[in-house]
Design a protein. Structure first.
Length: 278
């Protein structure tokens, strides 16, 4: 068994560690010198928030990864025509704004993002940071879903309805959200994505598909347990890492109201992308 597997057996998800006071102290100490040296890092969220949302499994040296992940995603999305800078966007699992800040800061000549951006998350601390650091083009609301991997002080049972009208959204995205959802929440968010998207518009959410083993398979991930249709890493904390068959993900998307669905397979990446067209 590798060191990574051993650590994951006892700590299925780093996210819960980031709520601990000792982790906050250590992570901010590690963040101090880089922020002094590189001004580009000074506007980033605190290190414990970056680690909570995930930065390539890096806990203390993740600044460049945090910036680069979002940059690469938006280039990919723009190349496929999923959005433009006037789009109405919804992001599930907005976290501390690792995707959203690229829209906030985009400026090319006199061109800026003039659309609307709704960020949804279950973690009130992450949302509070976003509200304090984004302008009024952006709105941040709390989902009522509960999670074993993240603290939600507003959790309740039942279906979550995205606060947008039917057919009012151009792009619906989520990063490392489906990778933490069991089937009821998976269906909920895909149904809501289909409801709020305008006809012909796109949902793109990263996922673990067991048909395409992630680059971490056999080291960090095994997905050896089953919970219904889900493959999970830990029965004690099943939402720490969740995978599905690609065909099942596409089937649920079609049942949710999408016209088509496919898995965009990236062999070098840990996660792939479920792409659905309304």
């Amino acid at each position: 068994m590798s060191l990574n597997q051993t650590i994951r057996r006892y700590v299925p998800s780093v996210s819960m560690l980031t709520y601990r006071s000792w982790f906050r102290w250590l992570s901010r100490l590690a963040d101090f010198l880089p922020k002094v040296v590189w001004r580009e890092f000074r506007s980033l969220p605190p290190n414990e928030l970056r680690a909570r949302v995930g930065v390539g499994n890096r806990i203390f040296t993740n600044q460049v990864m945090h910036i680069r992940q979002g940059y690469d995603f938006w280039l990919h999305a723009a190349a496929h025509g999923w959005f433009d800078f006037t789009s109405d966007i919804v992001e599930i699992g907005v976290g501390c704004g690792r995707r959203a800040f690229h829209m906030r800061d985009f400026r090319l000549s006199d061109s800026t993002f003039t659309g609307t951006y709704l960020g949804i998350d279950i973690d009130s601390e992450l949302l509070s940071w976003c509200r304090a650091n984004f302008d009024d083009r952006f709105d941040f609301v709390q989902s009522t879903h509960a999670s074993a991997s993240y603290i939600n002080d507003g959790a309740s049972d039942g279906y979550y309805r995205v606060p947008r009208d039917d057919a009012s959204v151009d792009f619906f995205l989520g990063t490392s959200v489906l990778t933490h959802l069991l089937e009821p929440e998976l269906r909920n968010y895909l149904e809501e994505g289909a409801r709020v998207l305008r006809p012909g518009r796109t949902l793109a959410m990263t996922c673990f598909a067991v048909d395409y083993a992630p680059s971490t398979m056999g080291d960090r991930h095994s997905f050896r347990h089953r919970v219904g249709n889900a493959y999970v890493e830990s029965l004690a904390q099943p939402e720490a890492a969740v995978a599905y068959d690609a065909s099942f993900l596409c089937q649920v998307a079609l049942e949710s109201g999408f016209a088509d669905a496919r898995i965009m397979h990236h062999p070098a990446d840990v996660q792939h992308i479920l792409v659905c067209t309304r």
